[in-house]
Each structure stands twice: as structure tokens, then as C-alpha cells.
Write a protein that binds this ligand. Structure first.
Ligand SMILES: [Fe+2]
Length: 177
């Protein structure tokens, strides 16, 4: 279960009943998809073949298609980050730079953990700490960055509108609405 923590005063929001109303005010989608359907090999393996990646995506096909139809998303892939990833620290340095995109950034955490830090509509930064089974969207134009947790690994399904809409824009007022 994801939880939220505000960076300015440490206030924490836990539990779906409290999380969802706040996330709704930020236009952030939160869903929980069951990861118990994956066998241990697909869930815990961080050196996935293309066939294994496709098998994971297929295991969530129904939920992906339903969300994509609702939100206009068109494609998906898997990103795997762990100590086996070449240049992990260089990648993480890049992910922790604040940026936004012109489309939603949607992530479903299959295994591991990660933190999306988002800038709220009233300018407060908050961490969304994700665990396996959590899906969140970072809305288009919402400033954010990403970091790993102590386990330094995550396996995520990424759901996109178009690759162009997913490019990171680092300057806050570039391509604003
Ligand atoms: Fe991003």
C-alpha cells in the first residue's frame, strides 16, 4: 500500500480511504492491482528476457486495457532498475532532477519500491512511496522526480500516450499549459 508524506512538515497520509481523496484533488490516479498472480520467478527476477517482460505485461493486460481505454493511453513497456542495471547511479541522478511531461506518466510497481515526489497544486512537495501492486499517475505538467528506496530496486510497467509526450522537460515554465 502506498503512502504519502509531505516534505515541508512530515505529515503522512496512509490507507486508501485517506489517500484517495487527497490524490483526487491532485488529479493523481491511484489503483491497486494484485501482484500475487505472478509466480515468484517473474516477480523477483531482475534479469528479464523479452518473453518474461511480455508475460508480466500480459498478466495485467485486462487492467492495462481498461485504464488505457479510460485515459487514452496507447502503449506500455517495463523498466527494471537494480544493482544489476549498468550505470544505475548515473540513471538515478537523472531521475532525481525535477521535471514534467506533456502527457501523464503512469507507473505500476510489479516488485521493489520507489518514491515519486510530486509538487502539489498549492506548491507543497509530497512523496508517494510505492510498493508492489501500486499504480500511480503523475499528471501531465505536474513537476516531479523519482528515487529508489533502500532496497535499490524496482520493476515497473510504464503506460504511455506517446513516447514524445513522455520526454522530460526540466525547465519549469517550458511548454506550460
Ligand atoms: Fe517523469
Amino acid at each position: 500500500m502506498a503512502y504519502i508524506q509531505f516534505r515541508d512538515n512530515g505529515e503522512k497520509i496512509e490507507g486508501t480511504e485517506d489517500l484517495l481523496p487527497f490524490l483526487n484533488t491532485q488529479d493523481v490516479i491511484y489503483e491497486k492491482w494484485g501482484v500475487e498472480r505472478l509466480n515468484g520467478h517473474l516477480k523477483e527476477n531482475y534479469a528479464l528476457t523479452d518473453e518474461e517482460k511480455a508475460a508480466i505485461i500480459n498478466a495485467f493486460r485486462e487492467e492495462i486495457d481498461e485504464l488505457s481505454a479510460r485515459r487514452g493511453y496507447q502503449t506500455e513497456d517495463i523498466i527494471v532498475l537494480s544493482d544489476q542495471t549498468p550505470n544505475l547511479d548515473a540513471l538515478l541522478d537523472k531521475f532525481k532532477e525535477e521535471h514534467h511531461h506533456t502527457d501523464d506518466e503512469v507507473r505500476f510497481c510489479v516488485d521493489g519500491h520507489g518514491i515519486f515526489t510530486l509538487k502539489s497544486k498549492d506548491g507543497r512537495y509530497f512523496d508517494v512511496v510505492m510498493e508492489p501492486g501500486d499504480l500511480i499517475s503523475v499528471p501531465a505538467y505536474t513537476r516531479h522526480w523519482f528515487t529508489l528506496c533502500d532496497d535499490r530496486k524496482i520493476k515497473c510497467i510504464r503506460i504511455f500516450v506517446t513516447p514524445a509526450g513522455w520526454e522530460a522537460i526540466y525547465e519549469e515554465n517550458t511548454a506550460a499549459q
